[in-house]
Design a protein around this ligand. Structure first.
Ligand code: HMG
Ligand code: MG
Length: 302
């Protein structure tokens, strides 16, 4: 086992989390959440997306949120851009990294971004080229690498195929996403290994939704392969509008507790992170989705 001694977490709560909220969340609250995450030591934050406001109204305030940030040097702020139109809007806000997002499943690609996998790569290619020419880093999210809400189980070969396409157009690193949280450790390892056929260990991250309660086990399984980059959402916020019933990402608080308990460094202050989660949960009017946060808050109250 090559368990890493340090892990880098990308908190995707402001984007993956809040994109799914039914009630509008004011930009000021999103900005405050990002500020609290960076104060807690997060070095990578996925802030927003530049997608159609008709498809995802919650992210329509992308410019306002990006413009309102007090950025810390040493923090990487990333945003989703599905096409050139999105990239051209995003570039005005100077993100450090853009994310193109594809799927290992044809049906999910159609539902999520309204095109086939092959067409999505054609749309991403000029985005990747423009970003790299502008000195902006490029990440690729790969959805449904274990299971798809429309097609069921997804074979690792399809993940390898998508990873190869991403690599071919110059995407620098990729996320292996279990969009609907159906994965179990061996299946997630197979999806990661398929991706590792095209990308090095430093360029592959795990993005696990926790719908079936497997995300921490899957995180441990990924750590066993030496994966040291993960995405998670503070408070376990979110879901995907195009994957009905899927809950949020694994909670950042839960991942940090796991990692620190294993002696793995994250640079994150768990108490400050719990405060950030308590802040957004209060704003949304519901308890935190993080078991660790609920336990620590109960302990504090006691
Ligand atoms: P489309 O309808 O195929 O695009 O949508 P189009 O090029 O035909 O344009 C149609 C309309 O959309 C036009 O406006 C365009 O201007 C506009 P109209 O003339 O009708 O007024 N448009 C845009 N507006 C703003 N920003 C843009 C943009 N592009 C076109 N970038 C599109 C294609 C991708 C835009 C659409 O399908 C869309 O916005 N989808 C939303 C996808 C999304 O945000 N999904 C959630 C994020 S992915 C996720 O959560 C998974 C992840 O977490 C990993 C995991 O867990 O799996 C990353
Ligand atoms: Mg996601």
């Amino acid at each position: 086992m090559n368990i890493p001694s340090r892990v880098q977490l990308i908190d995707v709560g402001p984007r993956d989390g809040l994109q799914n909220e039914k009630q509008p969340v004011p930009a000021a609250i999103k900005i405050e959440l990002v500020h609290r995450l960076q104060a807690a030591g997060l070095k990578e934050i996925e802030v927003t997306s530049y997608v159609s406001p008709k498809w995802v109204p919650q992210m329509a305030d992308n410019h306002e949120v990006m413009a309102g940030l007090s950025r810390h040097s040493g923090v990487r702020y990333s945003v989703l851009t599905p096409n050139l139109k999105g990239f051209e809007a995003a570039v005005l806000d100077k993100p450090d990294e853009i994310v193109v997002f594809g799927a290992a499943s044809e049906a999910f690609s159609q539902k999520n971004i309204n095109c086939s996998i092959a067409e999505s790569i054609e749309r991403f290619a000029p985005v990747v080229e423009a970003a790299r020419a502008a000195g902006i880093a490029v990440r690729g999210a790969m959805s449904c690498t274990v299971g798809c809400p429309y097609e069921g189980e997804i074979a690792p070969e399809r993940v390898a195929y998508l990873a190869g396409l991403m690599k071919g157009i110059g995407v620098q690193r990729v996320d292996v996403a279990d969009t609907i949280g159906v994965g179990t450790p061996r299946k997630v390892q197979a999806a990661l290994e398929a991706t590792l056929q095209h990308y090095g260990i430093d360029q592959v991250s795990g993005h696990f939704h926790d719908t079936y309660g497997q995300a921490l086990s899957n995180t441990l399984a990924a750590l066993e392969l030496g994966i040291w980059n993960f995405q998670s959402s503070v408070s376990g916020l979110g879901g995907c509008p195009y994957a009905k019933g899927a809950t949020g990402n694994v909670a950042t608080e839960d991942v940090v507790y796991l990692l620190h308990g294993m002696g793995i460094e994250t640079g994150i202050d768990l108490d400050a992170l719990v405060d950030a989660g308590a802040y957004i949960s209060e704003q949304l009017g519901r308890p935190s989705g993080s078991r660790v946060a609920r336990a620590l808050l109960a302990k504090r109250a006691g």
